[in-house]
Design a protein around this ligand. Structure first.
Ligand code: ASP
Length: 331
């Protein structure tokens, strides 16, 4: 029987009503107590890493999760991380960069309703997460939710209330779980004998979503506070004014200060291609900025944090950013 470690971090799955809204309060042991059938799938141990609403999680917590997995890696066959849904896609992406080529599965799950309620998705999601974690051939970082198995680099929360909250963006689900059976759609991820663990993230990454007619004041004012900015632009990608004008000048200043700029589209699906229109082509020709193509926002943010945690050299930043990790970028 496989030996799986559950790391509990909080979220709705662990929440109770406080009189001032839901807040995590249920312990990892109590969570497991609600789904005794998991004991038929695998042997489980659990640690309570934290018990927080995922709105309160960030890079320091991702590093703690990765560290805990690293410390326990040799003693278990797989890991289930219970987590709030609001930022779970960010954590899934961050862990995909902090733990690469893992031959053992690291599976995130959570729920839209607390596990203590009758009518909850929590018990099924938790059971399915363990089913996937204990299955032969599961590897790498993934998210299991509402019967879908989604790569950690491809997940996005798309619904705030439905059980069907997560989608796999611009990449197929790698499998589904139906009636207690795992159906794999894609072959296993590449793995090494032991994974590559990383321990640093640069958290000074800014996201700026453009709106029509917007000026460059914010970009200029925030230059000193951040090491990188993701410009979430329109359509397949471009900047107002193309290769000349205030946006181009602001980009030039950021780059001259040794900072990184990534262009991403704000359109939810199908990604960018800055070469298509002059407003994008000129910018890409003139400046050494990076393009996210069909990366999710969550993957682009956390990959940038991981890359800049390793190097500031523009050539190496570019090489690392474009090197695919768990199918996060397809150019
Ligand atoms: N606010 C909760 C959280 O992200 C929502 C959830 O878990 O569904 O922690």
């Amino acid at each position: 029987m496989k030996h799986i470690l559950m790391l509990a971090t909080g979220g709705t799955i662990a929440s109770r009503e406080t009189g001032q809204g839901l807040a995590p309060a249920i312990t990892s042991r109590e969570i497991l107590g609600y789904v005794p059938a998991i004991g038929e799938l695998c042997r489980v141990e659990t640690i309570q890493l934290m018990n927080l609403d995922s709105s309160n999680l960030g890079p320091s917590h991702w590093l703690r999760m990765a560290r805990a997995i690293e410390e326990h890696y040799d003693r278990y066959d797989g890991f289930v991380v219970t987590h709030g849904t609001d930022t779970m896609a960010y954590t899934a992406a961050a862990l995909s960069y902090l733990i690469q080529f893992s031959p053992k599965p690291i599976v995130l799950t959570g729920s839209q309703k607390s596990i203590c309620l009758e009518n909850t998705d929590a018990r099924m999601n938790l059971y399915n997460a363990f089913l996937y974690a204990a299955a032969e051939g599961s590897r790498g970082v993934s998210l299991v939710f509402d019967g879908k198995v989604i790569l950690g680099t491809r997940a996005r929360k798309e619904r705030t209330k439905s059980f069907n909250a997560f989608s796999s963006v611009d990449y197929p689900e790698i499998g589904v779980i139906r009636d207690g059976r795992l159906i794999r759609y894609l072959p296993a991820l590449d793995a090494k004998e032991s994974p590559d663990f990383y321990h640093t993230l640069e958290d000074r990454v800014l996201l700026l979503t453009l709106i029509p007619g917007m000026g460059t004041e914010a970009l200029a004012a925030l230059e000193d506070s951040y090491q990188a900015v993701i410009l979430q632009s329109f359509g397949v990608g471009g900047l107002p004014g193309g290769g000349s004008g205030p946006f181009a000048q602001a980009v030039e200043r950021w780059l001259q200060a040794g900072k990184t700029i990534v262009m991403l589209t704000q359109v939810p699906y199908e990604g960018s291609d800055m070469a298509v229109y002059q407003v994008g082509y000129q910018v890409k020709e003139k400046y050494r900025l990076l393009e996210g193509y069909n990366m999710t926002l969550e993957a682009a943010v956390t990959k940038l944090m991981w890359v800049l945690g390793r190097t500031r050299d523009p050539e190496q930043v570019e090489a690392l950013f474009y090197r695919p990790v768990q199918w996060d970028i397809i150019r």
